[in-house]
Design a protein around this ligand. Structure first.
Ligand code: BG6
Length: 514
């Protein structure tokens, strides 16, 4: 038996199997898990779809998605056919029809009877938020997920659209299932480089002693996209950057950067430590929002030689929309470790480049013994954790330039995923699906985390809703609105470029050897 092969029979049930998420992310992930032998021999995938189609049509549709979006193409006909034989489709014209679920319960029971054993059941709700309650209640009524050790419900974001709706959603889910069965996905947590933040911090002794207010001046977190809203204008126009990216991905990453060392890597332990961070983040009072948060919306502009329309011209977007496509926040973590250290978070669409990264800016040396020309090029130490693309970690420090005089230059010490591991990295959804199959919820969000994150962004949303912004306020291809520069400049700082994108290497600097 191949080493990875999991023993417990598994059935994945996808509600919304003809949606984008299924063909772009879920099926490619399942296919790659299959190729890498992470799935058991007794494995089935049921698609539940509102459109009527045959098993063959469903398999073909999934094949097209895998061909287009999988990190590895269809390997060969034989392995594809073997994989495809595990896929079946169920027609459900109406997700609120109880007979759909009684039939599903029968099918699940029949599979287990054929296999002569119980199977793990992973119900994946790849459906619009307004349908989650219906499906959850029907699953419960039909007793599909009664055995909590065997059944899990995976829910996609958004988890509500503010604190109140997130609370209601959590209560509804917890009425129908145990919290341990509910897997709320934040795909950023499945990214290799995001998981590596934990490894970097807690499997090395070098950085942790410096990881606090005594040595760190501030932290910057950027998730910049060149993409606009693509075909998701309808959803995005009701969400905006704060809800779409900061409430979840950026705050979750911030927790990993700011959390205390865990006692173990068990799911509840990690989630408790992250929760402590969210508790400690200083609330932004309504009347001070403008000092801590800024927003922007893209206008038409150029990115890498291509012209793009303004946000308000995108399909599905209101022509007078006030939805933000850029948001930046300054946050403080009020605890012993981080008191006084600002965390600057920013994200936006149609920005100059695609980059997700964390930059830790260390404090200057307490006393500079070298003086004058020697330190003209001096900069404090900086650690860049590049989440994507060009996944890497770069430590910037000072070195003496070659030459007869003492003169410093900044240089980089670099770890690149590609160079060090030379392997095809799994997609976030592969990690997360496998974890859901195995019942490991470490990388999933607990109800209290979701609510704490909403509690932080709620005052900002309310304040923004109460005033009309001057949109659009940045051209596509820029780094966001001027107000974002001012937010950080008023603290005497500026947004830093990742060391990789700057051309500053010792080899570039002039030697003073003569
Ligand atoms: C999603 C957002 O959660 O993350 C999208 O809804 C965004 O708007 C996407 O484009 C970014 O993810 P990634 O993995 O491409 O950085």
């Amino acid at each position: 038996m191949p080493a990875n092969l999991r023993e417990r029979p598994t059935i994945i049930i996808i509600f919304g199997s003809s949606g984008d998420l299924t063909s772009r992310k879920l099926l490619p992930a399942v296919y790659n898990l299959f190729l890498d032998n992470w799935l058991p021999e007794k494995f089935a995938l049921f698609g539940i779809d509102r459109k009527k189609k045959s098993h063959e049509e469903f398999r073909q549709q999934m094949r097209v998605g895998i061909d287009q979006f999988s990190r590895r193409p269809i390997a060969d006909i034989k392995s594809w056919e073997e994989f495809a034989s595990h896929l079946t489709i169920f027609h459900a014209a109406d997700f609120s029809d109880p007979t759909v679920y009684s039939k599903l319960a029968e099918e699940l029971a029949q599979k287990e009877k054929d296999w002569k054993t119980k199977a793990s059941r992973v119900f994946y709700l790849a459906i619009p938020p307004n349908m989650i309650e219906t499906v959850a209640q029907q699953l419960r009524n039909a007793h599909c997920a009664d055995e909590s050790d065997y059944s899990r419900i995976v829910v996609e974001k958004p988890f509500g659209s503010n604190l109140e709706s997130a609370r209601a959603l959590n209560q509804m889910m917890q009425k129908n299932f145990k919290e341990s069965q509910i897997f709320r996905i934040d795909h950023y947590l499945g990214k290799e480089t995001v998981q590596n933040i934990l490894a970097f911090r807690f499997a090395n002794s070098l950085f942790e002693p410096l990881w606090n207010r005594r040595y760190i001046d501030h932290v910057q977190m950027t998730v910049a996209e060149q993409l606009g809203v693509e075909h998701r204008g309808g959803y995005y126009d009701k969400a905006g950057a704060l809800r779409d990216m900061i409430q979840n991905h950026l705050l979750q990453m911030m927790c990993l950067i700011a959390m205390e060392p865990p006692v173990s890597f068990q799911d509840e332990e990690i989630r408790n430590k992250k929760m402590d961070v969210l508790h400690a983040v200083r609330a932004i009072p309504h009347e001070q929002v403008r000092n801590f948060a800024v927003r922007g919306q893209y206008n038409a502009g150029w990115i890498e030689g291509q012209h793009y329309p303004a946000y308000r011209e995108e399909a599905g977007v209101k022509p007078n929309s006030n939805t933000e496509t850029f948001a930046a926040l300054k946050l403080f973590v009020d605890n012993w470790r981080w008191q006084g250290v600002p965390f600057y978070l920013r994200t936006g669409k149609r920005l100059a480049s695609k980059v997700s990264e964390v930059i830790i800016q260390f404090r200057p040396v307490p006393h500079m013994a070298l003086s004058g020309i020697a330190v003209s090029d001096w900069q404090p130490n900086r650690l860049g954790i590049r989440i994507q693309p060009d996944e890497n970690i770069i430590l910037r420090f000072q070195a003496k330039r070659p030459g007869l005089k003492m003169s410093l230059s900044t240089v980089d010490m670099r770890f690149s995923y590609k160079d060090s591991f030379q392997t095809n990295t799994p997609e976030a959804y592969e990690t997360l699906l496998l974890d859901a199959i195995e019942g490991d919820s470490t990388l999933f969000m607990r109800a209290d985390q979701v609510e704490a994150a909403w509690a932080l962004v709620d005052p900002v949303m309310k304040s923004w809703e109460s005033t009309d912004p001057d949109f659009p306020n940045y051209p596509s291809g820029n780094w966001g609105p001027e107000s974002a520069e001012i937010l950080i400049a008023q603290d005497g700082r500026s947004w830093l470029q990742s060391p990789t994108t700057e051309k500053k290497h010792v080899s570039d600097s002039k030697s003073d050897s003569n």
